[in-house]
Ligand binder design. Structure first.
Ligand code: HXC
Length: 285
């Protein structure tokens, strides 16, 4: 589906691009021709990631910027450096996130704030600085926001700050998709289901028993692979999706469909037994 030129001519910043899904997207963008900027808080991680990204393509261009997305001044200065280093920037992926499991009554204001600051304020900060750069320079651009399947509709127990932050990011995606269409700026979101990465799983899936439960509730009966998510991200960051804006694409192996009222029947007995039961219930002619 993609070629080495699918993203050529685009410089893309991936926040939290030093590891996990951010790094997987950075590599996929490189393979399809983009120049890459990544940012994060830990320099060592970023240095290693840049080397890995550069190994993906012969003439790959990748640079890192040490930056905490919670800090608006820091974000402003990072964009100034990126523009100086690359000449321009066409794409932003708001991927940096924070999350932990906690009973909501035990959260401290500081814990709630830490997550909402990274997820919502961090995404706003980067989007606001990048958006102003595009508008001031009469340039079109593309923003991709990583949300979650619980950002819309259900919310989620035990990860309240993340649920609130991600819901805000989704609202921002759709609000600005309308408002900034005028300037040729597209915004879309991806809602990933379970994609195990060290950063997320060490905080969210502490026990093996939980792992089994997790996979059990996914209709495709497996976790997602980073490259599957990265493929979708390439599409949304490329001109192949040029008529899409304000959309949130779910990629979760069908996990969100559990809410179907009779879906639970599938877990009661093997499918062959179920089919026998359905047949027995069919009225005789
Ligand atoms: C309760 C906690 C906590 C925990 C931190 N806090 N961890 N409270 N349970 N496990 C509280 C602290 O006590 C403190 O509150 C406040 O949060 C800030 O903590 P700090 O460590 O000082 O903050 P900071 O160094 O900024 O670290 C931020 C962090 C950390 C979010 C807490 O875990 C982090 O840097 N995470 C980044 C990576 C990450 O989380 N990745 C997973 C994303 S997964 P007080 O009251 O003392 O101030 C994701 C996907 C979701 O989002 C979808 C999955 C299916």
């Amino acid at each position: 589906m993609y070629t080495e030129d699918t993203l050529s001519g685009k410089t893309i910043l991936i926040t939290g691009g030093g590891s996990g899904l951010g790094l997987a997207m950075a590599k996929a963008f490189t393979r399809t021709g983009a120049d890459i900027a990544i940012c994060g808080r830990t320099e060592k991680k970023l240095q290693k990631a840049v080397k890995e990204i550069e190994n993906e393509r012969e003439e790959a261009v990748a640079r890192y910027y040490q930056c905490d997305v919670r800090d608006y001044e820091g974000v402003t200065s990072m964009f100034e450096h990126i523009i100086k280093d690359f000449g321009s920037i066409e794409g932003l992926v708001n991927n940096a996130a924070g999350n932990f499991l906690s009973a909501s009554e035990d959260l401290t204001p500081g814990g709630f704030k830490a997550i909402v600051d990274i997820v919502l304020h961090g995404s706003f900060n980067c989007t606001h600085v990048f958006g102003n750069y595009l508008i001031d320079n009469d340039k079109e651009g593309n923003i991709l926001n990583m949300v979650t399947t619980y950002a819309e509709g259900t919310g989620c127990a035990f990860v309240l700050p993340s649920a609130c932050g991600k819901a805000g990011v989704l609202a921002m995606t759709r609000s600005l998709a309308f408002e900034w269409a005028e300037y040729g700026i597209r915004l879309n979101a991806i809602a990933p289901g379970p994609f195990p990465t060290e950063g997320a799983w060490s905080r969210l899936v502490p026990e093996e028993t939980m792992e089994k439960e997790f996979i059990g509730k996914i209709p495709l009966k497996r976790y997602g692979e980073p490259k599957e998510l990265a493929n979708l991200a390439v599409f949304l960051m490329s001109d192949l999706s040029s008529y899409m804006t304000g959309e949130c694409v779910v990629i979760d192996g069908g996990e969100r469909l559990q809410a179907g009222q009779f879906n639970f029947i599938d877990g009661l007995m093997p499918r062959s037994e179920l089919k026998k039961m359905f047949k027995a219930m069919k009225p005789k002619k």
